[in-house]
Design a binder for this molecule. Structure first.
Ligand code: NDP
Length: 284
């Protein structure tokens, strides 16, 4: 058996076509969703992510602007910039590209963003709302993963979902969203003993480790759904995931590739959140 591939690039394209229509309707009512991105310092990877986010915004008609601050920017200055954006009604979504320079405490920055403009879904208020199952901005990567599963009508309720990784941006929230969808959820991490004894039980296996192609067919139950979140750059410059795709696909029922998997969905869900923020603020 060879698994069906869930192509995040194709799904993103389809979702962006729908969003274009949504944005057009909003523009007809005089409202253009606007995203402001702040980048501190000149980390090349961050710059490339930010370019990707702005390009995707442009594709669906969301306007965006970029505030570039030098690496030496003080935390106080950054918080002041965010406060101005919180108070600016023409800005619907605020995104501070992470990571930040060491002298700035990320948690202070995240809580300073108005939760109603927190399109990354990292504010503790929005994380709390996600936990209690209220309507909120979901963090983009986990939101993209759930959207991929739903796009294939993959049953989540009653299934055993095993999440490898417990970061605040991927592992923990994706487990919570799967729980909200009535899965039975197990989290594994670097202190888990006998990882395979858990992964072999997974009906849905979410892999967010940052370990190049660590997960092969020996970790996977026959017919499992495999979501590979990992993005690892090989020496030749190409990208690969945390899952050995060629080996895993023979055992899995569905699998997401890298590239063209979860990555494009992450940006697409940011656009969804920005449109939601614009609607929410104006009531349109
Ligand atoms: P982190 O480094 O923050 O977290 C990695 C997690 O994996 C940790 O919980 C760690 O455990 C666990 N872990 C690491 N090695 C092992 C191991 N050998 N066995 C068991 N558990 C292990 O990474 P992120 O969550 O931020 O990202 C994970 C991957 O996803 C990365 O490759 C990243 O590039 C990618 N990513 C992709 C995105 C996308 O849009 N597709 C978005 C965000 C990230 P412990 O907590 O104990 O240290």
């Amino acid at each position: 058996m060879s698994a069906e591939v869930i192509n995040g690039k194709e799904l993103s394209y389809a979702l962006k076509q729908e969003m274009k229509e949504d944005v057009k309707l909003l523009k007809d009512k005089g409202l253009t969703p606007h995203l402001t991105v702040i980048i501190v310092g000149d980390n090349p990877a961050s710059k490339s992510y930010v370019r990707g986010k702005q390009k995707a915004s442009d594709e669906v008609g969301i306007s965006s602007d970029l505030i570039e601050l030098p690496a030496s920017t003080s935390e106080e200055k950054l918080l002041q910039t965010i406060e101005e954006l919180n108070n600016d009604p023409s800005v619907h979504g605020i995104l501070v590209q992470l990571p930040l320079p060491d002298h700035i405490r990320e948690e202070n920055v995240i809580v300073s963003i108005d939760p109603s403009k927190d399109v990354d879904g990292f504010h503790p208020v929005n994380i709390g709302r996600m936990m209690t199952g209220e309507d909120t901005f979901l963090p983009c990567t986990p939101y993209g993963i759930i959207t991929m599963l739903k796009s294939k009508n993959i049953e989540i309720a009653g299934k055993h979902a095993v999440v490898l990784g417990r970061s605040n941006i991927v592992g923990k929230p994706v487990g919570q969203l799967l729980l909200n969808e009535n899965a039975t959820v197990t989290y594994c991490h670097s202190r888990t003993t006998d990882l395979k004894s858990f992964t072999k039980q997974a009906d849905i296996l979410i892999v967010a480790l940052g370990r190049t192609e660590m997960i092969d067919e020996t970790y996977i139950k026959e017919g499992a759904v495999i979501v590979d979140v990992g993005i690892n750059r090989l020496d030749d410059g190409s990208l690969t995931g945390d899952v050995n795709f060629d080996r895993a696909k023979e055992t899995a029922s569905y699998i997401t590739p890298v590239p063209r998997g979860v990555g494009p969905m992450t940006i697409t869900m940011l656009l969804k959140n920005t449109i939601k923020a614009a609607r929410g603020l104006s009531g349109k």
